[in-house]
Design a protein around this ligand. Structure first.
Ligand SMILES: C[S@@+](CC[C@H](N)C(=O)[O-])C[C@H]1O[C@@H](n2cnc3c(N)ncnc32)[C@H](O)[C@@H]1O
Length: 166
């Protein structure tokens, strides 16, 4: 382990870019179908970037490749609610943060893609936004909903423990 983060070395961008582009054509289940937001970032890219920013780089080429492969497999929208795809990422973060879940603050949360994916990865999330148009109250409630709903997803066990990565 080093002080460098995974994102400073590599991300599985070829796969993540494809999955990010594909999200634009999804019509069922994606948060864009529940709440319209003009600048929402793709969930695949948000998940990847949050994970890559939080995880220390393993400083080992073979291990890094394994992690990047795991990250790529977790990037499709359909993987969002597949415990076998998401939990390996949660376990890696749990191992990297032995004192408790990493805290993620998104001051410009917009449509909530980044806090949503941070919550999905098991982080403690705070999200806010200065909404300049539309319904402020509704927007704050939307952010609360995406974070709480995701953190409470039943298929993602809340008892992922340190030491059981892979
Ligand atoms: C590009 S959008 C963020 C998109 C977001 N990452 C997503 O995936 O939906 C930038 C956001 O910053 C917010 N914003 C702009 N100025 C702000 C400020 N001073 N304080 C808080 N939020 C602000 C805007 O309302 C807008 O929602």
């Amino acid at each position: 382990m080093t002080d460098r983060r995974l994102i400073e070395e590599a991300l599985p961008l070829a796969r993540v870019n494809v999955e990010s582009a594909r999200e634009k054509s999804l019509r069922h289940g994606h948060i864009s179908t529940l709440h319209l937001w003009w600048a929402r970032r793709p969930l695949a890219m948000s998940r990847t970037v949050v994970f890559g920013t939080l995880l220390p780089d393993p400083a080992d080429d073979a291990r890094r490749k394994e992690i990047l492969d795991t990250l790529a497999l977790a990037s499709p929208f359909e993987a969002s609610i597949r415990a076998e795809k998401i939990n390996p990422l949660r376990r890696l973060l749990a191992d990297a943060y032995p004192d408790g879940p990493p805290k993620v603050l998104d001051c410009f949360a917009g449509g909530g893609a980044i806090p949503l994916e941070a919550a999905r990865l098991g982080c403690e999330v705070t999200a806010l936004d200065l909404k300049v148009s539309g319904n402020w109250d509704g927007h704050v409630r939307w952010l609360e909903l995406v974070i709480r709903h995701c953190a409470a997803l039943p298929m993602l066990p809340t008892d992922v423990r340190r030491g059981d990565a892979q």
